[in-house]
Design a protein around this ligand. Structure first.
Ligand code: FES
Length: 149
């Protein structure tokens, strides 16, 4: 029996003082982050983490509550001192969010029916429920319509 290796992608969001690190492959979708500090963590927004929407102390206190460790943080000054450069994987990953959108991680070019192209980076959420008013993207309506799937 072979076990499929976990695909690892790491996203980073900095306010200049600290950097929030998100590792979606270990996220258990507890929702604690966006219930606790919705100005910073909003899964309906892209990017979903806005590190400028709260103080460093508020952000680090919230991130410390992440039960899975998918969210973590470091002080930028510590990285500068050690010379380590955070690495971001460019691999494309497609994740089905339970009762929510299709999350696609990576650099994308999306063509609409008229042939217009839109570049997307980091994470793009595509509607799976059919109720979004901003198709093909998720606008959070799946919660209002009680989407199951
Ligand atoms: S999946 Fe989010 S609005 Fe449809």
């Amino acid at each position: 029996m072979s076990e499929k290796p976990a695909r690892k992608i790491t996203k980073k969001y900095s306010n200049g003082e600290v950097t929030v690190v998100w590792q979606p492959h270990i996220c258990v979708h507890s929702t604690i982050c966006f219930r606790g500090l919705p100005a910073v963590f909003d899964p309906g927004r892209r990017p979903w983490v806005d590190p400028l929407a709260a103080s460093t102390a508020e952000i680090t206190a919230q991130v410390d509550q992440c039960p899975s460790g998918a969210l973590s943080w470091f002080r930028n000054s510590e990285v500068a001192a050690t010379g380590q450069t955070p690495e971001v994987t460019a691999e494309t990953i497609v994740e089905v969010s339970p009762k929510g959108p299709l999350l696609v991680y990576g650099n994308l070019t999306i063509k609409d029916a008229a042939g217009n192209e839109t570049k997307k980076h980091k994470v793009t959420a595509f509607c799976r429920c059919g109720a979004s008013q901003n198709k093909p993207y998720c606008d959070g309506t799946h919660k209002k319509v009680g989407f199951e799937g």
